[in-house]
Structures are given as structure tokens and as C-alpha cells.
Design a protein around this ligand. Structure first.
Ligand code: CDP
Length: 229
């Protein structure tokens, strides 16, 4: 089998991972895989079913009986997320899902289910995948690993703007608490916590424009792939 190129992008909430990853995927013609969307889709279903978040085995059972797919047929910029055949693309970005997703994502058995799906997607395609454990757990062999970060204030501002664009007028302080809570849960959980992979390149995006971050990453990948591109 031909070796595929894998780009891993990790980092905390609001660091700009998915926006950057989408543009790079488009530029290189790679498949983009938003692993956060997968945890979000499952969380959405758990909320819809009103499952008790403390009942871990119930949540694992739910994950085992859920089909989550990413559909790029409308282009990467318009990637659609399906949960059990239902389009949940918009429904997974609500404050309610933001609040609970890291609780669901800390369950080790649920992570095993998701990681298996994610690794399979990487087998046959050139991919760029973003999340929290991509460089460390999902694609430890990835040739390119980046860790995007930004000052808390900047990440809060970006997320608040994003929410506003979706019609949710959320107070700065509330957005900040959501990010801080998720960062705390994501970095301290037992299984696959958010951490900087040893061989990852760290990019602080606080004072960089989107285009600057994209160009930084592209320059590195294009140099490495100059014979293949
Ligand atoms: O877009 P944002 O940075 O807010 O988050 P996301 O990438 O959509 O991920 C939402 C949540 O899913 C994270 O806060 C993590 O709790 C979880 N997640 C994870 O545990 N592992 C991943 N590979 C991706 C997301």
C-alpha cells in the first residue's frame, strides 16, 4: 500500500486548529478530519437521549451503537457531520454541547471507539486531522505534527465571535469559563490528555493572522513533500 501523508494538529479550544486545517486540506487536496466533531456528535446524541452523564456504561453503550460520519461532498469548507444518518453539523456547536463534550471525551472506552474510526480514515488517504491526542495517540507516526496555541484572552475572543456568528450571544466570562473548564478536563484526564507531542512544532497564534499560520504550516509540509507534490 502506498504510504499516505499525515498531518496532525493539536491544541486547546479556540487556538484556530479547525479553520487552519480546513484551508490547508483544500490547498493540498488532503482529506480533513475533525475529530472534535466526532466527540461533539456523540455528546449531542447523549443530550438528546437525556442520558445520565454519571452512568459511564450507558454512555459507552450509546457510543457503541452510534454511527458518526464526516461528509466532504460539499467541499471541505462545508464538511457535514452525520450522527446516525442525521445532519448534526450545526447542532454540535451549541453552548450545551460545549459544556458537556469534555466529560464525554474523558471516558477511556469512548476514546478507544473514536480512535479506531480515526485511524482507519488515515490508512488510505493523505489527511490532516485536528484534535487533542492526534500527534500523541491517534497518529503517533504522523510525519508532520503541529501544536497550535494562543493566549487565553485571544482564544476567548475568537470563540465568542464564532458563537455570535452562529446566533449565540454569549458573555465573555461565560465563554472564558467554558474554555477553561474544557482545557482543564482535557489536560488532566487519565486517557490521552491534551499534551504537546515530543516531536510537534509549537505555533503560538496569538499575534498571527490566519493566513500567517497557514503559510507557516504549508511551508514546512511543502518543503517536506516537494518531491511528491
Ligand atoms: O473546536 P474546539 O477547539 O472548541 O473543540 P473541538 O476540537 O471541537 O473538541 C471538542 C472537545 O472534544 C474537546 O474539548 C475535547 O474534550 C474533545 N476532543 C478530544 O478529547 N479529543 C480529540 N481528538 C478531539 C476533541
Amino acid at each position: 500500500m502506498k504510504e499516505t501523508v499525515k498531518i496532525a494538529i493539536d491544541g486547546p479550544a479556540g487556538a484556530g486548529k479547525s479553520t487552519v486545517a480546513k484551508i490547508i486540506a483544500q490547498r493540498l487536496g488532503y482529506i480533513y478530519i475533525d475529530t472534535g466533531a466526532m466527540y461533539r456528535a456523540l455528546t449531542y446524541k447523549i443530550i438528546q437521549l437525556n442520558l445520565d452523564l454519571k452512568d459511564t456504561s450507558l454512555l459507552i453503550n450509546c457510543a457503541n451503537n452510534t454511527s458518526i460520519t464526516l461528509d466532504n461532498s460539499l467541499g471541505i469548507a462545508n464538511q457535514l457531520v452525520y450522527c446516525d444518518g442525521k445532519d448534526v453539523t450545526e447542532l454540535i456547536r451549541t453552548p450545551a454541547v460545549n459544556k458537556l463534550v469534555s466529560h464525554v471525551a474523558q471516558i477511556s472506552e469512548i476514546r478507544t471507539i473514536m480512535v479506531k474510526i480515526q485511524q482507519k480514515l488515515g490508512l488510505t488517504n493523505n489527511i490532516i486531522m485536528d484534535g487533542r491526542d492526534i500527534g500523541s495517540v491517534v497518529l503517533p507516526e504522523a510525519k508532520y505534527k503541529f501544536f497550535l496555541t494562543a493566549a487565553l484572552e485571544e482564544r476567548v475572543k475568537r470563540r465568542q465571535k464564532e458563537l455570535l456568528e452562529k446566533g449565540y450571544n454569549v458573555e465573555y466570562k461565560t465563554v472564558m469559563n467554558d474554555l477553561l473548564n474544557r482545557d482543564l478536563l482535557d489536560t488532566t484526564r487519565e486517557t490521552a490528555p491534551l499534551k504537546i507531542a515530543e516531536d510537534a512544532i509549537i505555533i503560538d497564534t496569538s499575534s498571527l493572522t490566519l493566513a500567517e499560520v497557514v503559510e507557516k504550516i504549508l511551508a514546512i509540509v511543502m518543503e517536506g513533500e516537494k518531491d511528491a507534490l
